[in-house]
Design a protein around this ligand. Sequence first.
Ligand code: 13P
Ligand code: SF4
Length: 342
Amino acid sequence: MDSAMPRADAAGLAYTDEVRRATAPVYERMKRVIPEIEWPFHAPLVHAITALKRERNAVVLAHNYQTPEIFHGVSDIVGDSLALAARAAESDADVIVMAGVHFMAETAKLLNPSKTVLIPDAAAGCSLAESITAADVRLLREAYPGVPIVAYVNTSAAVKAEVDICCTSGNAVEVVESLGVPRVIMLPDEYLAKYVATQTDVEIIAWKGHCEVHERFTGAEIAEFRSRFDDLVVIAHPECPPDVLAAADFVGSTARMIDMIERTRPPRVFMVTECSMSDNIAAAVPETEFVRPCNLCPHMKRITLAAIHRALVTLEPRVEIAPDLADRARLSVERMLAVKPR
Ligand code: 13P
Ligand code: SF4
């Protein structure tokens, strides 16, 4: 048990008969991906978090990359970055716990300035968000006067405050085209920008940031998997390098990847993205077999049941954003949310 947890709360966490009975329906949802022998370790925390959410009038928002015991066990809202931003804007809870990374918690805070927004581990960052600063964006403005700047939501609030509009991997093409201009700057993900350039006539100037998880996939790896399985369907996230996307059967945000599998139920899928997502969908589509190298996002994996529990007990770590910076950053997110999906 984590020594930083208040003693009174840690003391109550045991796999009692009551906990077993109360969490049995929850375990049912994830039994395909969590061995029965592991459940006694998760169940007391799932039980305690469920009670704390009621006490605190809190909701847990979980990104699709969270582990199954979080995704299926304690979350109220799950989704890709776009869905989490949109649903955070609609929340009437007093406390929002972001089971995701720091930029996602900042986006939730921007859209809910009066609420308590918690990120269970403040060190849960993102290599894309860390690849660019507000000063870099100001230099880009000087270098390309008059060219609108589109920021992927995987950026800090300080960067969002400097740009014209945000996008996610789920709406990037629509956002770029909504500006009605021949040329835009897209940052910080070079590969997402290159992918968008293949889907639109708008000229894209790209920053050279990369996701440390998706940049590890290669076209050669896809070819190797295809040579092993005749019926393999390859579904890739647009943060992957261009040769990977060229070799994929489908490219989309994490939510679109899930939707594609649930609609078409292919027999065998290679999900070219963070590893936990296959576990989360596997629970819902038992007929599909997932083959994959397991690339984990170390930042997403900082969020654990113990960290969520501790955050709900202590109401820390909180996300705070200076009000004038938040006002400017919020505009970029709200402009994105106003763009109509295709
Ligand atoms: P989605 O917007 O597709 O959920 O992606 C977010 C992310 O961080 C992918 O690495
Ligand atoms: Fe950032 Fe990549 Fe992790 Fe997504 S998977 S949070 S883009 S480092």
